[in-house]
Design a protein around this ligand. Structure first.
Ligand code: CTP
Ligand code: MG
Length: 170
């Protein structure tokens, strides 16, 4: 693979996944909101989603995710970015909720660690959203997104640990 091909893959990876990454990252500023599951429990007696999934988080994530797409539309002068961008943002937020649903079923508490599931739940939702939006995503772009997102989490958590913002380096 030559350098230009790699740069092309990186370019498309960031272009396609930035709205979803934004939608996934911005709800973290919501400390206390109204839980989507209304504090209800599932048939196994554990919370359906838990306190980490709130309506306020969905609103914040949707707002900032769509802001990124709007920037694309304005810069390119082309509204077609909305077609895959909006489903990617919705997909990311739904994927993140599905991840929490699975974690609760595995008896992992809100905020408890589930390596790969924590990093990739939104990514799978976003990928499905982009494809539903009519984009034939290149397999290398999907793989590149997967690697970058896991690497970004490991690096940012390490930095937060070194800065003593977190107690554990993961
Ligand atoms: N958040 C929110 N609403 C959402 C998604 C996220 O309010 N729909 C906020 C919550 O404060 C959450 C934080 O963003 O704690 C980080 O999100 P995430 O890592 O997905 O939640 P966790 O706290 O790790 O909970 P879970 O174990 O369910 O993943
Ligand atoms: Mg989490």
């Amino acid at each position: 693979m030559d350098g230009n091909a790699l740069i092309g893959i990186l370019y498309y990876t960031f272009m396609y996944y930035l709205p979803a990454m934004t939608a996934n990252a911005t709800p973290v500023f919501i400390r206390r909101g109204r839980p989507i599951d209304a504090r209800k429990t599932f048939v196994d007696g554990r919370r359906i989603l838990g306190d980490g999934k709130t309506y306020e988080g969905l609103i914040v994530g949707t707002y900032f995710g769509i802001t990124v797409i709007l920037a694309y539309v304005i810069i390119a002068g082309n509204i077609s970015y909305f077609y895959w961008g909006i489903p990617s943002v919705i997909g990311a937020l739904l994927g993140d909720m599905l991840g929490s649903f699975i974690k609760r079923r595995l008896d992992i508490p809100r905020g408890g660690k589930a390596f790969l599931l924590d990093q990739l739940d939104f990514f799978f939702g976003a990928t499905i959203g982009i494809i539903i939006g009519g984009v034939l995503l290149d397999i290398y772009v999907i793989l590149c997104g997967l690697i970058i997102i896991v690497a970004l989490h490991v690096i940012t958590n390490r930095i937060a640990y070194e800065l003593k913002l977190k107690d554990v380096p993961w």
